[in-house]
Design a protein around this ligand. Structure first.
Ligand SMILES: Nc1ncnc2c1ncn2[C@@H]1O[C@H](COP(=O)(O)OP(=O)(O)OP(=O)(O)O)[C@@H](O)[C@H]1O
Ligand SMILES: [Mg+2]
Length: 272
């Protein structure tokens, strides 16, 4: 399913001022494509994710989902679209007092009525239960299904958040800095899990990362935003030399070394 943004601009109100978060950007994501989104703090990455999952509307331009303008969709159509998109955040937003399994079952919420939701979590249908257990299994946490979320480590909690997104069986996974609060080893593990799970089911994966090394090593396409505009969009293999230095210039991107692969990006250094 194709997914695109065309000439998208987004303004926010901050008191009396207007902040331009995105400045007429054009991007197209092909079905099954894996894309790393880079950009300094305030570049507009989270705004782009919120537009892509229809949490917010653009101030100008259009978000097109399978060629349909999201702005022209009815409420029911937007909800239908959202069900096909799994979003994972830096803060995993688990319910601390629920178990890993119950949190995973929450991934079905978008499909359920309120009554079904309450029953669905505490007395789930057999098919939902099987789906949730499969999701937990695929992130390697089947044995932790009865552990409360607040008893899990940071990496385990993020894996539950991935399982919860998988519960939707999404065609698109949007991950906004999903590993920013994890140590580098765990971050790499989670990213590799996400890319594997996405590749296995031909899901589109768009992920924002501030660890440039891992992004370029693991994702064939890189998009970098700067001050609300697309600064680079192309093969990760083309990000080196001057382009790579420009990417780091004046911001918070870091040169976390990839722990696998060819090591061809070994010369990253932090410039901030
Ligand atoms: N709800 C909001 N209200 C007002 N301004 C906002 C809002 N959300 C974001 N902004 C502004 O829009 C710009 C882009 O913010 P955004 O959160 O998209 O950046 P980002 O690239 O995700 O940054 P970070 O790497 O820090 O998460 C920033 O200048 C920010 O202050
Ligand atoms: Mg952000």
């Amino acid at each position: 399913m194709t997914y695109s943004v065309e000439s998208v601009t987004k303004f926010y109100r901050q008191g009396h001022a207007r902040v331009r978060a995105l400045n007429g950007i054009n991007l197209k994501f092909a079905p099954g494509e894996h894309v790393a989104l880079l950009g300094h703090s305030g570049a507009g990455k989270s705004t782009l994710f919120r537009l892509l999952n229809a949490t917010i509307r653009p101030s100008g331009g259009a978000v097109l989902f399978e060629g349909c303008d999201v702005g022209g969709m009815s409420g029911a159509e937007v909800r239908g679209m959202r069900r096909r998109i799994g979003t994972i955040y830096q803060q995993h937003n688990l319910v601390p007092s629920l178990t890993a399994l119950e949190n995973t079952l929450c991934g079905g919420l978008g499909r359920w009525s309120l009554a079904h939701t309450i029953r669905g979590i505490f007395r789930p249908h057999k098919s939902d239960m099987e789906k949730a257990l499969n999701a937990l299994e695929s992130v390697g946490l089947a044995d932790k299904r009865q552990a409360r979320a607040d008893e899990l480590s940071g990496g385990q909690q993020q894996r539950v958040a991935i399982a919860r997104a998988l519960m939707q069986d999404p065609e698109v996974i949007l991950a906004d800095e999903p590993v920013a609060s994890l140590d580098p080893g765990l971050a790499d593990e989670i990213i590799s899990l996400l890319t594997r799970l996405a590749a296995g089911s031909r899901r589109t994966l768009v992920i924002s990362l501030h660890t440039v090394g891992i992004a370029l090593e693991r994702f064939p396409r890189a998009v970098s935003l700067r001050l609300g505009s697309v600064e680079f969009d192309g093969p990760s293999s083309e990000v080196h030399g001057e382009r790579l230095r420009n990417l780091y210039a004046g911001g918070n991107l870091v040169s976390e070394q990839p722990t696998h692969g060819s090591g061809s990006h070994n010369n990253f250094k932090r410039i901030s």
